[in-house]
Write a protein that binds this ligand. Structure first.
Ligand code: BTN
Length: 315
């Protein structure tokens, strides 16, 4: 943000709920009234709500919900304003030796990544885009298959407790009224017998209005704000969710998924439904009848046989 805009914001902060004349601002900034107006316009574009009144000047009536960089950094969370993908940035941090439970977040992602090579739309200031680096000790890759389900269940539980009725769809979707409001992309580096690090990338649409989604996503996607009032600021959401995840991951890596199975079931919209699952080598149709103790989906196919599906995507 340039210093002219910072000076304007400081004036608003010093005189809350008061009009500030264009004349005063132009004197403070030593620029013309039209240059003041241009800066006010730019502030509006970044989310500040500023009304103008002919003989009175400008009044600040609303501020954007920006991430609180100082608070995040004080809590040890890495912040970058703009990044290709927090998962890619996290991978680099992990390669440089970042500790277990390092978190990195960004205001925007220019190449946010979804599952199966898809893009993840991550506009500035609208959502929470963050990645958690995990280094579980003594856990083989088979022991991490349900970390995505743990993540989804914990996020849904926290948001539901805050009157935002988020549900989970196997394996990685967060939904409100059947529309996608978040997703999880889990990646790892390791050997057959050990994990080097795990990256759990979480995307949550928070303040998007319908116009903020690209056309192809409009019928499928939603945000917390579109479905109800979001009383929490994004910084609070991030701190609360990442704190709960840290506790949950510690439990999960020590005790296994079975502790989380009831929580996942409580919020799930998958079980009991006829579904089609895309597998690495084809598709399978059937009824989702249960989730086993390691997080695999039990699907009764058209011949009545129960198939155990550990990886896939419901389409
Ligand atoms: C999906 O549902 O397809 C998964 C979406 C995961 C998006 C998050 S946003 C933060 C992290 N960084 C990324 O590039 N992707 C994940």
């Amino acid at each position: 943000m340039n210093s002219a805009k910072q000076v304007i914001l400081r004036q608003f902060k010093e005189k809350p709920n008061q009009y500030i004349s264009g004349e005063l601002l132009s004197k403070k900034l030593n620029v013309s009234r039209s240059a003041v107006w241009k800066n006010i316009e730019q502030l509006r574009q970044t989310g500040y709500e500023i009304t103008a009144c002919r003989n009175k000047g400008y009044l600040l009536v609303g501020e954007p919900d920006l991430l609180d960089i100082e608070l995040l950094q004080a809590k040890g969370i890495y912040y970058v304003e703009s990044v290709d993908s927090t998962n890619l940035a996290a991978r680099q941090l992990a390669e440089e030796g970042a500790d277990n439970f390092t978190v990195i977040t960004a205001e925007e992602q220019l190449a946010g990544r979804g599952r199966h090579g898809r893009n993840w739309h991550s506009p500035k200031g609208k959502g929470l885009w963050f990645t958690v680096i995990l280094r579980p000790e003594g856990v083989p890759p088979t022991g991490i298959s349900s970390v995505t389900l743990v993540t989804a269940a914990v996020v849904a539980d926290y948001l539901s407790a805050n009157n935002i009725p988020v549900k989970v769809k196997w394996p990685n979707d967060l939904l409100i009224r059947e529309k996608k409001t978040g997703g999880i992309l889990t990646e790892f580096k390791g050997e057959p017998d050990r994990i080097d690090y795990l990256l759990v990338g979480i995307g949550l649409n928070v303040h998007h209005r319908t116009v903020d989604f690209p056309d192809q996503l409009k019928p499928l996607a939603t945000s917390l704000g579109l479905e109800g009032e979001v009383k929490l600021k994004r910084t609070e959401l991030l701190l609360a969710i990442s704190g709960r995840l840290q506790q949950a991951y510690n439990l999960y890596f020590n005790e296994g998924f079975s502790l989380f199975q009831p929580l996942w079931k409580k919020y799930n919209v998958t079980l009991g439904r006829e579904v089609k699952v895309k597998l690495p080598n084809g598709e399978i149709k059937g009824k989702a009848i249960d989730l086993n103790e390691s997080g695999a989906l039990l699907l009764q196919d058209e011949s009545g046989t129960v198939q155990t599906i550990s990886y896939g995507e419901i389409i």
